[in-house]
Each structure stands twice: as structure tokens, then as C-alpha cells.
Design a protein around this ligand. Structure first.
Ligand code: AMP
Ligand code: AMP
Length: 361
């Protein structure tokens, strides 16, 4: 297991005036690179050949390390190269999805901006739930067994797959029927069905507030807000009900993109309290708690109750709607502030104050 002291030692060998900001070329990499460059850093992209067109068309990566697959970031030579370039890595969703948090905890000897332990924490649904509960947030109910299903329920797979293959069921019978159909169609493995996670479906609208917890300023900032654009659920309304019944449509939740939103100002006090209490609990779970970006995934009902069903303890791709600035970042920073840049600014401030050690893990 990688220790904080190992990272401090590696950082000790870094040239402080040549720190580069690096990440895997996907998810929110453009956001991260643009922000890094605007704050004066060099950038490093761990990139698959087939994706490199993105970084040619948007030339924001100063160094490109080509790999076959993202998990090759764990290769000794790739890690060596990253350290030679004095790289601080910014973890995002592709780290969780394609490298794995066990592997990151145990095998990635490159300093990371952000708390590795919490990154690992967020990938376990039960661990996550405990965290959110301790923070006093309102959570959807969960069912341990399909037999317990009463009312509209969303069935989820273990791990982050961006909503792919989720389905709804309203009774034990409909759950088994749908799961069986999906196995038959090859959309689901038999083993998936046993480890499926069943959660009360909350009827309302999705709101994803994005925060930044500054360790240096000891402050939680609200940075932006988005809603997701999911296929096919978000466009089912375009198909008349009569047709839906005939072809027996099942909504699916594959994330395609994000849409910026703002919410009623009267909801903001609660949104702030939620962010602060999640950070307060994170300090107990894994000191010094969340470092940098995090996001709560919420559904807000028509009686204005905010249900939280997930937390991401890292930059989320929803932050991409704020590249260049969002309404909430504008309120604090004026023009041109967004998550990638906020991260780089924190790192720059840490370097200037000789506190970089505190922010890397
Ligand atoms: P990708 O590199 O696009 O495959 O994304 C890596 C992981 O992050 C996957 O698990 C995706 O489902 C998730 N992800 C990618 N883009 C978004 C997004 N815009 N919103 C939420 N999750 C995303
Ligand atoms: P997740 O993978 O948990 O981020 O969920 C993917 C999508 O499923 C979300 O963006 C929501 O649209 C939907 N969703 C997940 N959990 C719930 C819930 N408990 N109630 C309503 N919608 C949900």
C-alpha cells in the first residue's frame, strides 16, 4: 500500500519550479489541462493512440505518454516517466473505471492531488452510504433482497459504469423478469444479478452540485452545478406512451453528457450545509478529508427535499459544463474560473507557500 510518506519522499525529489500537471486522456482531461496551462504549468497526458486526435485538435498536452490501455499507467516505465516529468496526477472518473482504486492505492507511485483513501472509499456503495449518512444527508432507501422491493426501484451494478445497464422495477416479480430478459439479451451477466444494488427510485429532478474543498484556505466553495444527459431515459418522453407500451421500452441511464443548471437561491443554504458536513465527516474517515473537487449526486423532489444517492471525491465530468466559467464560480472569482483551473491554482498556491506536501497523496 502506498504511504503518504512515500509520496512526500518522491515530491522531495521533484524540481519545485518544474512541476507538471498530468492525467489520463479522457473524462475531464481537457478541463484539467486548460486550467493547468492558464496557471502556468506544463501538462502531461497518458493517452491511447486512438484518442490522440483530441489532444492534437485541442493542443493542451505538452507531453504525451502513449499507452495501449489506461491501466498501463501502472506500468513501471510509465510511472518512471511521470516522475521524471515532475508530475502531479489529477484523478478523475477514468482512474476509478479503468485503473481501479485498489490498484491506485497499491501500485501507483506518483504523487496525486487528492485523498487516495477517499477515492477508494467512494467506489464502495456501502462505504459511501455510511459516509453520507454520518453527514446527515437524506438518502434513498436500499433493499438487501429483491424480495423486499416495494415501490419503484432502481437496480444498479457494482462499480462505476456511468449508469450503463441500470433498470427500473416496481415489484419483486418485475425485477426477476427484467433481470432475466437482460441476461438473455447479454446486457447483464448472471453474476451481476447477485451483486446488484437496489435503491428506492426518487421521483424528482437530478441536480449535481460541484464543490471545491481548499485545504489551504480551509474553505468549501460551491463551484457549479449540472444535470446529466442520459441515454435513453432523457428522451423517452419523445415517444408516445402507446408506442412505448407496444415495444416494451426499458429506460437505461448511460451517461452521454451534461447540461448546466442553476437552482433556486432558497435551496442554496442546504446545498452549502451538505457540502460542509460531507467534508467534516471526511476528515474523520480519512484525515485530512477531501482535498480539492467533489460532487454530490442528488434528486430534488417537488416538496424540495434533497436526496443524495452518490458522492464523487474527485473531479467529475459534469464540471466540463463550467470550462471558462459558470454562474457560481463567477460569483466568487469573476470570469474565467473553472474546476481544472481551480485545481491548478491550489497547487500553485501550495508551491508558493511551500505546502505542496499537504495536498498530495
Ligand atoms: P470515460 O473515460 O468517458 O469512459 O469515463 C470514465 C468514467 O467516468 C466512466 O465510468 C463514465 O461512465 C464516467 N463518466 C464519463 N463522463 C461522464 C459524465 N459526463 N458524467 C458522469 N460520469 C461520466
Ligand atoms: P449513478 O450511476 O448512481 O450515478 O446513477 C446514474 C443515473 O441513474 C443518475 O444520474 C440518475 O439519473 C439515476 N438514478 C440513480 N439513482 C437514482 C435514485 N435513487 N433515484 C432516481 N434516479 C436515480
Amino acid at each position: 500500500m502506498m504511504k503518504k510518506s512515500d509520496m512526500n519522499e518522491i515530491m522531495g525529489g521533484y524540481k519545485k519550479d518544474e512541476i507538471a500537471i498530468g492525467t489520463i486522456g479522457s473524462h475531464s482531461a481537457l478541463n484539467i489541462f486548460k486550467g493547468a496551462k492558464e496557471e502556468g504549468f506544463r501538462t502531461v497526458c497518458v493517452c491511447r493512440k486512438e484518442d490522440s486526435i483530441v489532444y492534437r485538435k485541442f493542443p493542451l498536452a505538452d507531453e504525451i505518454i502513449f499507452v495501449k490501455k489506461f491501466s498501463d499507467i501502472l506500468r513501471k516505465d510509465v510511472q518512471q516517466k511521470l516522475r521524471e516529468l515532475n508530475t502531479v496526477l489529477i484523478p478523475h472518473g477514468s482512474f476509478n473505471a479503468y485503473v481501479g482504486t485498489d490498484e491506485i492505492m497499491n501500485g501507483l507511485r506518483v504523487p496525486m492531488f487528492g485523498n487516495r483513501k477517499l477515492l477508494h472509499f467512494e467506489t464502495g456503495r456501502e462505504r459511501q452510504r455510511e459516509w453520507l449518512k454520518r453527514a446527515g444527508l437524506i438518502l434513498p432507501r436500499t433493499f438487501n433482497d429483491p424480495k423486499e422491493i416495494n415501490g419503484l426501484t432502481i437496480a444498479k451494478f457494482p462499480g462505476a459504469r456511468g449508469g450503463k445497464g441500470y433498470f427500473l422495477a416496481s415489484s419483486t416479480e418485475s425485477f426477476h423478469k427484467k433481470a432475466k430478459d437482460m441476461v438473455k439479451r447479454g446486457q447483464l451477466k448472471k453474476s451481476d444479478v447477485e451483486s446488484i444494488y437496489l435503491q428506492e427510485y426518487i421521483t424528482g429532478v437530478n441536480i449535481y452540485p460541484l464543490y471545491f474543498r481548499s485545504l489551504l484556505k480551509n474553505e468549501v466553495e460551491l463551484f457549479g452545478m449540472d444535470r446529466r444527459y442520459e441515454s435513453a431515459v432523457d428522451n423517452l418522453g419523445r415517444i408516445p406512451a402507446s408506442e412505448q407500451l407496444q415495444v416494451d421500452i426499458n429506460p437505461s441511464y448511460t451517461i452521454i453528457g451534461n447540461i448546466p443548471v442553476t437552482i433556486r437561491e432558497s435551496l442554496l443554504p442546504e446545498i452549502f450545509r451538505m457540502g460542509e458536513s460531507v467534508v467534516r465527516v471526511s476528515k474523520k474517515i480519512a484525515p485530512p478529508g477531501i482535498v480539492g473537487p467533489f460532487c454530490l449526486e442528488t434528486v430534488i423532489t417537488d416538496d424540495l427535499k434533497i436526496f443524495t444517492f452518490e458522492i464523487s471525491a474527485r473531479i467529475v465530468a459534469g464540471s466540463n459544463v463550467g470550462i471558462g466559467g459558470s454562474p457560481y464560480s463567477y460569483l466568487n472569482y469573476g470570469d474565467g474560473m473553472y474546476m481544472g483551473r481551480r485545481i491548478a491554482r491550489e497547487i500553485k498556491q501550495a508551491i508558493n507557500e511551500d505546502r505542496l506536501d499537504e495536498t498530495i497523496f
